[in-house]
Design a protein around this ligand. Structure first.
Ligand code: 5AD
Ligand code: SF4
Length: 472
């Protein structure tokens, strides 16, 4: 069966209301994976990581077991990302390796899902050059995985099923969480912002909020299971509730989630446009909403911000930034920045630098602009060489790094709450965890502290982490 992606349909935003539907496994399929193993490779954002948690649990309900080494697995599934070209290249590189593996092991099953599956160009390539891929599904029909797998196992024909129009809102998918202490909770799917560089509104569809009852039920059951932290997820969490026909928005949800008593609440990502004063007040009021905000700015040049379709100016971003800083005590603010947007001049770039020097972000993810298929920005003329873009990225990184260190140094000598995540994986002895302000901290201690929130004294600051000691 074939159902291919279509950008025209993916771009549509209609007023049709979204129907809630409960996931149900067809019991006839519950043994199709018995005796077989799977490996899921995840690229991209937390949204994808969380989708993979659902995918893994669905596969286990079919009888599959997880295999750490993809070369040994009976089924390899790539959960892909479209955001920049290098994410694309990584997935295609992996497909190349899997092709060789399949030449040796004819019964290897290969699947592809996630954002790349929503791209017309990618599916075209898979149909013509990657016929060894067994099945493909998109971001709107994760729950169809058992059916597609079953069909492919029976027919041996490539199954491609990608919906461009988002379907029902599926509740009750099983989940195999990566952590016992921190959990992702989806609150809103899709995005209606259509920033001109971004492919997400096409790959993830229109904005759809989950009902607050479903979200609160999930958080309450996580508390019962002993979870210490939830991260409320969405491409643009601040738009939560805007698609409801009643008045319940992000500030209401944040407050209700905080009132469940879960020790830590985080949320990401926030678009500055939808960040309300009420949200800031709620974050400041509840000690279990972590004082750490990811607020992508993308550029400091008003000319470029306009071309990006970001709907704010450098001045209005700064106004919001200062409101957040002055209302939420000790808040840390991180950001995303794109350099080399089509036509970005040295003057535009220097505007970004001056904004960074003013905001002194606690953390920043910096990227070179990558043209994405079908987005408006990809059609803009661009005379700036890649070499120049790389130089700008390098210059910007030097500056942001300086401020990471400066911010970290302010914590030396202070005592901070840390959720301990476990033993260091970087070869050093000891434990690691994250502070309330989302800083990575390493410290000596017993593994029995894992999963607890403890007090740690900061002893030393580095650019990307802190060193500390447990307070007795
Ligand atoms: N090129 C480079 N970076 C991009 N991002 C989104 N789209 C692109 C693109 N086409 C960055 C933005 C966003 C982050 C998740 O990825 O900074 O906030
Ligand atoms: Fe990548 Fe965006 Fe899709 Fe996340 S939503 S996987 S960042 S393209």
């Amino acid at each position: 069966m074939m159902q291919l992606p279509n950008y025209k349909e993916a771009k549509l935003r209609n007023k049709e209301s979204i129907v809630r539907e409960e996931y149900q496994l067809d019991q006839n399929l519950s043994k199709i994976g018995q005796g077989k193993t799977y490996h899921v490779k995840t690229y991209g954002c937390q949204m994808n990581e969380h989708d993979s948690e659902n995918i893994k649990a669905m596969l286990e309900e079919l009888g599959f077991t997880e295999e750490e080494n993809y070369e040994q697995a009976d089924l390899v599934l790539l959960n892909t990302c479209s955001i920049r070209e290098n994410a694309h290249n990584k997935a295609f590189g992996m497909l190349g390796r899997l092709k060789h593996l399949k030449e040796e092991r004819k019964d290897l099953m290969i699947g592809l899902c996630g954002c790349m599956a929503q791209e017309e160009g990618v599916i075209d390539e898979i149909l013509h050059k990657y016929q060894f891929v067994n099945f493909v599904f998109g971001t709107h029909n994760l729950y169809r995985l058992p059916i597609l797998l079953d069909q492919n196992m029976k027919s041996q024909h490539q199954e491609i099923e990608v919906y461009s129009k988002e379907g029902n809102l599926i509740e009750g998918l099983p989940v195999k969480r990566a952590s016992l202490y921190k959990a992702y909770v989806n609150i809103i799917y899709g995005c209606d912002k259509f920033c001109t560089y971004c492919i997400v509104p096409y790959t993830r569809g229109k904005q759809r909020s989950r009902a607050q009852e479903d979200i609160l039920r999930e958080v309450n059951s996580l508390i019962q299971e002993g979870y210490q932290e939830v991260t409320l997820l969405g491409q643009n969490v601040n738009a939560y509730g805007k698609d409801f026909d009643y008045d319940y928005r992000m500030e209401n949800l944040l407050e209700d989630v905080a009132k469940t008593g879960i020790p830590r609440v985080r949320f990401m990502t926030s678009h500055p446009w939808d960040f309300t004063d009420k949200m800031i007040e709620v974050i400041a009021k509840y000690p279990n909403i972590m004082p750490s905000i990811h607020l992508p700015v993308q550029s400091g040049s008003n000319r470029i911000l306009k071309l990006m379709g970001r709907r704010y100016t450098k001045e209005s971003y700064l106004e919001l930034f200062y409101k957040i800083k002055s209302t939420i005590p000790n808040v840390s603010v991180s950001t995303d920045i794109i350099v080399g947007f089509p036509g970005e001049t040295e003057e535009d770039f220097l505007e970004t630098v001056s904004l960074v020097e003013e905001c002194k972000f606690d953390n920043a993810f910096t990227f070179i602009y990558s043209p994405r298929e079908n987005t408006p920005a990809a059609k803009l003329e661009d005379h700036i060489s890649l070499e120049e873009k790389e130089k700008r990225l390098h210059r910007l990184n030097e500056i942001v790094n300086k401020y990471f260190l400066e911010n970290n140094q302010k914590w030396v000598g202070k005592i901070v709450p840390v959720l301990v995540e476990g033993k260091n994986t970087n070869g050093k002895d000891g434990l690691y965890g994250y502070t309330d302000t989302n800083k990575l901290i390493n410290f000596p201690g017993s593994e029995s502290l894992t999963g607890k929130i403890i007090l740690v004294r900061v002893c030393e600051a580095k650019t990307w982490s802190l060193d500390g000691e447990v307070c007795e």
